[in-house]
Design a protein around this ligand. Structure first.
Ligand code: COA
Length: 170
């Protein structure tokens, strides 16, 4: 079976990520979306919340499953016996970071190949931190994230903003 892993922090999943997932799911028989614990970031959503949101959004895609990983990505791929890694390339600015990561992973595990997919141009400017920022300022994020993610963001971020507003009025 032709399988691939799409790793990321997904804090939270956006339409840009979903676009990459849909493209990869058309190419591979089986796609694992691997949500990274990522100790180097301070995610807004817990690992379980990020996984639950991805799972809800990808539910219609029969060949896509959701998992989490901690530690080295290539070791996770080896445990899963998967040799293809998917990464999205949104714009030229992604290239240097992705190039470095792909070559480092190749050095660590030459049997694993990184495959880059380009999300739809209309999503090429999107990032999770931008969406979190807009939600925190009570902006409209409808065009950036699926409804389940929007609701989760509004539940998480907006009460915090309202609390802060109330505190600054006192
Ligand atoms: N649509 C929207 N946003 C996208 C995107 C797309 N198609 N592709 C990337 N992004 C954005 C994300 O929203 C995120 O934005 P933010 O930083 O503003 O929140 C940013 O690009 C990067 O996110 P992501 O794709 O989730 O990658 P990451 O850099 O957070 O994590 C891992 C990448 C998890 C794969 C990497 O950290 C990893 O492999 N960790 C394990 C440790 C390891 O093996 N290290 C050695 C390898 S170098």
């Amino acid at each position: 079976m032709n399988a691939a892993i799409y790793p990321g922090t997904f804090d939270p999943l956006t339409f840009g990520h979903l676009d990459v997932i849909e493209r990869a799911s058309r190419i591979f028989d089986r796609l694992i979306v691997a949500v990274g614990v990522n100790a180097s970031k301070e995610p807004l959503f817990t690992i379980q919340e990020r996984m639950d949101l991805v799972r809800e959004v990808v539910a219609p895609l029969a060949n896509v499953e959701v998992d989490s990983f901690d530690g080295l990505l290539v070791e996770y791929c080896r445990r899963k016996q998967v040799h293809a890694l998917i990464r999205g390339l949104r714009a030229f600015s992604d290239f240097e970071y992705e190039f470095q990561m792909a070559l480092t992973n190749r050095k660590l595990a030459p049997e694993i190949e990184t495959i880059f997919l380009m999300p739809k141009e209309t999503h090429s400017y999107l990032s999770s931190s931008m969406v979190r920022g807009i939600a925190a300022m009570k902006g409209n994020i409808e065009e950036f994230v699926p409804p389940a993610v929007r609701e989760a963001l509004e539940r998480r971020v907006v009460p915090r903003v309202i609390r802060n507003d109330a505190a600054s009025e006192e």
